[in-house]
Design a protein around this ligand. Structure first.
Ligand code: SF4
Length: 258
């Protein structure tokens, strides 16, 4: 049996002056196929290689990996028990926030891409007072409960889908390389960029903005997944971003995680 399902980390514990005071918790399942079960159906070789779920901070170490694996195995092998535990912890989080007079917020896919609104829509009904949010690489996930906010992640190969999201009042997250010493761009490919490392409050984002992130962890090169903040962009001829490349990319999704 895993320890607690919900927890926190440096990013989740960042407080923001935006919106009402909140307490944020996250569910950290094992990314990709680390547990023997696939939790990121649309991952690419690049994001798998650079995944902060195993490549940054304490996530690099075996105890943290094993804790994620135990939770993921429970989710897939005894989903009833997993959901009972999750409901209990969501309820506790709600009560804790009530006592503090703060808004409960939960990120269910801290390092995974489970389609919660389809697999367990009851969560969003039962905890309608909790704000849920996630990042996803599945662009068709737009039929969502009111209390679930999603940000589409740029993979280096899905710019057309990103434009579709950005032009229909949703948001996109882009990881920029070389921005630790240099500022994030204020605009990228014609869309405004906000600093998404300042907090993790993606549900408060203005519509149509890019949530700009800096690279984290030991991996410095992850192909076009790490975007070039200084690129000279020509809308119809993005190198490595063609539909052909997209098809090639999806053929490689079955990579294993080391
Ligand atoms: S989809 Fe996200 S969580 Fe999954 S392997 Fe890629 S970067 Fe990691």
């Amino acid at each position: 049996m895993p320890e607690k399902l919900l927890g926190t980390n440096n990013k989740l514990s960042k407080q923001s002056s935006r919106g009402e005071p909140y307490v944020l918790r996250g569910l950290s399942l094992a990314p990709a196929n680390l547990s023997g079960y696939e939790t990121c159906p649309m991952r690419t070789p690049d994001c798998t290689k650079a995944c902060i779920g195993v490549k940054s901070g304490h996530n690099r170490f075996n105890p943290a990996k094993q804790a994620k694996i135990r939770k993921t195995k429970l989710f897939f092998e005894d989903n009833e028990t997993f959901m009972a535990l999750l409901f209990r912890e969501l309820n506790n989080h709600r009560k804790y926030c009530d006592r503090l007079g703060k808004k409960p917020v939960v990120r269910l896919n801290t390092y995974s891409d489970i389609v919660w609104e389809k697999k367990h829509p009851e969560i969003f009904r039962e905890f309608s007072d909790i704000q849920f949010y996630d990042y996803t690489k599945m662009h068709r996930r737009w039929d969502l409960p009111k209390n679930y906010h999603l940000t589409l992640s740029y993979t280096g190969y899905n710019w057309e889908q990103c434009v579709e999201w950005l032009t229909t009042t949703r948001n996109v997250a882009v990881v920029f390389k070389d921005c630790w010493d240099n500022p994030l761009p204020t605009e990228w490919r014609g869309f405004p960029v906000v600093d998404a490392d300042e907090d993790d409050c993606r549900w408060l984002e203005a519509p149509g903005v890019i949530a700009g992130l800096r690279t984290k962890g030991s991996v410095k090169n992850a192909g076009p997944f790490f975007a070039d903040s200084q690129e000279l962009f020509t809308p119809l001829t993005i190198s490595g971003d063609s539909p052909d490349t997209n098809r090639k990319e999806s053929m490689h999704i079955a990579n294993t995680m080391d």
